[in-house]
Every structure is written in structure tokens, then in C-alpha cells.
Design a protein around this ligand. Structure first.
Ligand code: AMP
Ligand code: GLY
Length: 434
């Protein structure tokens, strides 16, 4: 089989890495890919947003199956473009992909299907949003937190967890008046701030059957101790001690299955990965968000633990026979640490030479997944905010963490920063000692 992976980040590197191990696969292509991916797949210089050109390439090369990594092409309709040409592709079509593309769509879906989530208000004008926020602080006091979300896609930056009325008003001003995310901020969702531990429960679904992957925990804030601004994700680990198997079952029954059923009820089945960002609160699980794809860096920590061949799982999900797929996990843990460019998540530096990649990859149980890198004159240079991630698999979280940080110590580029506390909270809690 010839498989095309769409995307060029760390998540896609992990997908290519796993797919390339399948005995069913003769060749992997990746568009546009990155220098790390190019060691395993033929990289094709087509942007993941260029849907027609991607379909043309898939048709010309007789690609048997395409797997899409990022949300933007899914929301833009890549699945319809491919299917119209009779090309097999895995992912939700654009209508159901609105579960990520529009916070308003997602919140209304949760409300009408009884999926537990934070209380929320949808505001389509700055005046209404300000009044709603002021009311909230009037009721909950000046130390309350409130969450302001731009409705549309904002490159993962359209959410502010405000710690005061001033911070909330500043976010509203930036989203709705300064329009820093353009039309994505025309409507905002204002939410009650949930308190608890966050985790990512990602499922694969064929529209009927919903099969969860191993739960993972991302580290969204830029700095140690969950401080600093939100990022795309600075590291992850799996499995998550606070999400034992019975909690996964609860998430499937209360959150993932109702979402898939509600979308089916709208007329188009949801086929693809469905990512539920959840908060474990004192009142049970609450849904923070849905994404229409795998997470990044969650994928880099989940796939190294997947013992089964991923290709038959993806094909079965496309052919609506997911129930019969074998999905087996290694009895191990993994830790993934992301290295970012100086300045990230703000304006970041690029073009810095990266050293130590080979040494890090040679360490036991370690894989280096590239994200924002490029190759020039035989060197690998930084070319993005999140540059790469290192994943290590170990018998338990402690061993995985030691290996991952060991491998990260081999790697260097000017301005590099990474969190030193990935999985640290889980490791500190006694229940995690394996
Ligand atoms: P989202 O894009 O909706 O996942 O939001 C990004 C991040 O903001 C989440 O991963 C959480 O850390 C935080 N967040 C979003 N909504 C809430 C909420 N209602 N309560 C607390 N934190 C939230
Ligand atoms: N790691 C968060 C995300 O993929 O949305």
C-alpha cells in the first residue's frame, strides 16, 4: 500500500514513524513533511492547505490511503475533496469537523446532548460580552477566573484564562475590537473556569463504534509549574494515573459516544480521530474542548505505546468495521518533551543550528520527532516555534522521564527552551509508583 500523510509537524512525524512500521505499507509520502520525516517517507512539496493539489498528487501517484494530521485541511474540507475523486482518506468531513472549527458549534452540541462541560455564554458583540463578564465578576468576586474563547480557529491562541476582570476585558478588546484573530473573534464564548487536572482522551471512530486510545496529559503552559502563556503543548505523557481505565470508560460513555451520536444525528457520520480535552473536577469529568484530530504532542507520546499495527485500525475505521480492529497497548509508559525556539509562544527566533539529534535518537527507547525544522547545507536548523520533541518509552513513567530528559540533554540550539517538569506531578503522587 502507498500511504500519504498530510502535515509537517511532530504529530505527523509520529504518524509516519508508526505507519512506516506496517508490513502492509510499501511506501509512505508526506506533504509537506519535514527533515525528520524525510528519513522515513518521501516528502512532497505541497502545503497541507492546498487541497486540490494534494488530491491531484494522490490520484497521480495511485495513493491507496491518505491520513490527515492537522485540523485546518479537515475543517477546509479535504475529506470531501478526496472522496469526490474516489480517493480513500481518513478524517472527518468539514461539517462534523466544526466540532473543532467553531467553539459555538461545539458548546451547543454539548449542551443539547447532555455532555458535561463548563457553563458558558455566547456573545456576538463587545458590549454584551463586557456586560456578561462584569456580571460574572459581580457574582463570583474579584479573584474569580473566567475563560474567553474566540469562536473560530486562532492557531491555538484564541483562549485566555483571565485571572481578573481587567484581564478578561483586555482579551475581549483584543479579540472583538482589535480583531487580532480576524473574523475568528467576531463571536466569543465566555466560560466558567473549571478547576482540576486536565487530560486528553482521544478516540478513533467510524461513526458508530468509538474506541479510545490510551489517555495522555499535555502541558499547555509555556513554563514549569504551569506558568506563563498557553502554547500548542510543551510535552505529554501516557498513560495518566489520574485517568484509570474506568474513568476512560466514563469519558467514552458520557462524552465521546454522545458527541459521535449527536453528529450522526445531524446527518453526516463522524469518521476520524475525536479528541476530548477533559478536566477531572470534584464534580466529575467536564469537557473543555473537542478537536477533530490527534493531539500534538499527545500523538508523539501515544503512538510509541501502540503495539498493534496502526494501518488496519485506520482502514477499519474508514470502512466502518472498527469494532473488529485489534488495538493493543504496550505495558509501558512514555514521556514526550517539546523543545521550543527562544521567544515561543511569542515572536520566536529561527535559523539556529540544532546539534545532538543523532546521539539523542540512539538512546534506548528514544525517538526524536521533528516539528519546526529545516535542512540547509547539511545542517538541521530551527524553523518554527515548537522545534522538535523527544519521546522515551520506559517500564514506568519514572524510567521514561529519565530517558527522555537524558536524550533532551544531548540536543542543543541557541535560545532552546523546554519544560523540566513534564509528568512531574504524576511522578510525585504515590499512586503512580509502578
Ligand atoms: P481550548 O482551546 O478550548 O482547549 O483551551 C485551551 C486551554 O485553555 C485548555 O487546554 C485549558 O487549559 C484552558 N481552558 C479552556 N477552557 C477552560 C475552562 N472552561 N476552564 C479552565 N481552563 C480552560
Ligand atoms: N496538544 C493540544 C492539541 O493538540 O490541541
Amino acid at each position: 500500500m502507498k500511504i500519504l500523510v498530510v502535515g509537517g509537524g511532530g504529530r505527523e512525524h509520529a504518524l509516519v514513524w508508526k505507519i512506516a512500521q506496517s508490513p502492509l505499507v510499501s511506501k509512505v509520502y508526506c506533504a509537506p513533511g519535514n527533515p525528520g520525516i524525510s528519513k522515513l517517507a518521501e516528502c512532497v512539496d505541497i502545503s497541507s492547505d492546498n487541497l486540490e493539489e494534494l488530491a491531484e498528487f494522490a490520484a497521480l501517484e495511485h495513493i491507496d490511503f491518505t491520513v490527515v494530521g492537522p485540523e485546518a485541511p479537515l475543517i477546509a474540507g479535504i475529506v470531501d475533496v478526496f472522496e469526490c475523486r474516489g480517493l480513500k482518506i481518513f478524517g472527518p468531513s468539514p461539517d462534523p469537523a466544526r466540532i473543532e472549527g467553531s467553539k459555538v458549534f461545539a458548546k451547543k452540541l454539548m449542551q443539547t446532548s447532555g455532555i458535561p462541560t463548563a457553563d458558558f455564554w455566547i456573545c456576538d458583540s463587545l458590549t454584551v460580552a463586557r456586560a456578561r463578564t462584569a456580571d460574572y465578576y459581580g457574582i463570583h468576586g474579584k479573584d474569580a477566573r473566567i475563560v474567553i474563547k474566540a469562536d473560530g480557529l486562532a492557531a491555538g491562541k484564541g483562549v485566555v484564562v483571565a485571572a481578573s476582570l481587567e484581564e478578561a476585558e483586555d482579551a475581549l478588546q483584543k479579540f472583538m475590537s482589535d480583531r487580532i484573530f480576524g473574523s475568528a473573534g467576531d463571536v466569543v464564548v465566555i466560560e466558567e473556569c473549571l478547576i482540576g487536572e486536565e487530560a486528553s482522551i482521544i478516540a478513533i471512530t467510524d461513526g458508530e463504534t468509538v474506541r479510545p486510545l490510551i489517555p495522555s496529559q499535555d502541558h499547555k503552559r509555556a513554563y514549569d509549574g504551569d506558568l506563563g502563556p498557553n502554547t500548542g503543548g510543551m510535552g505529554a505523557y501516557a498513560p495518566v494515573p489520574i485517568i484509570p481505565l474506568d474513568t476512560v470508560d466514563i469519558a467514552v460513555e458520557q462524552i465521546l459516544k454522545p458527541a459521535v451520536a449527536a453528529i450522526r444525528g445531524l446527518g453526516i457520520p463522524y469518521r476520524g480521530f475525536l479528541y476530548a480535552g477533559i478536566m477531572v473536577t470534584k464534580d466529575g469529568l467536564k469537557t473543555i474542548e473537542f478537536n477533530c484530530r490527534l493531539g500534538d504532542p499527545e500523538t508523539q507520546t501515544i503512538l510509541p505505546l501502540l503495539e498493534s499495527d496502526i494501518v488496519p485500525i485506520l482502514i477499519r475505521a474508514t470502512e466502518c468495521t472498527l469494532e473488529q480492529a485489534e488495538i493493543k497497548w504496550r505495558d509501558a509508559s512514555s514521556v514526550c518533551i517539546t523543545a521550543a525556539s527562544g521567544g515561543y509562544p511569542g515572536i520566536f527566533q529561527s535559523g539556529k543550528v540544532i546539534s545532538g539529534l543523532e546521539q539523542a535518537s540512539e538512546r534506548e527507547g528514544c525517538v526524536v520527532f521533528h516539528a519546526g525544522t529545516k535542512e540547509k547545507d547539511g545542517n538541521i536548523l530551527t524553523a518554527g516555534g515548537r522545534v522538535l520533541s523527544v519521546t522515551a518509552v520506559g517500564a514506568d513513567l519514572e524510567e521514561a522521564s529519565i530517558h527522555a530528559y537524558g536524550a533532551m540533554s544531548d540536543i542543543y540550539f541557541e535560545g532552546m527552551h523546554f519544560r523540566k517538569d513534564i509528568a512531574a506531578r504524576a511522578l510525585q503522587s504515590d499512586s503512580t509508583k509502578v
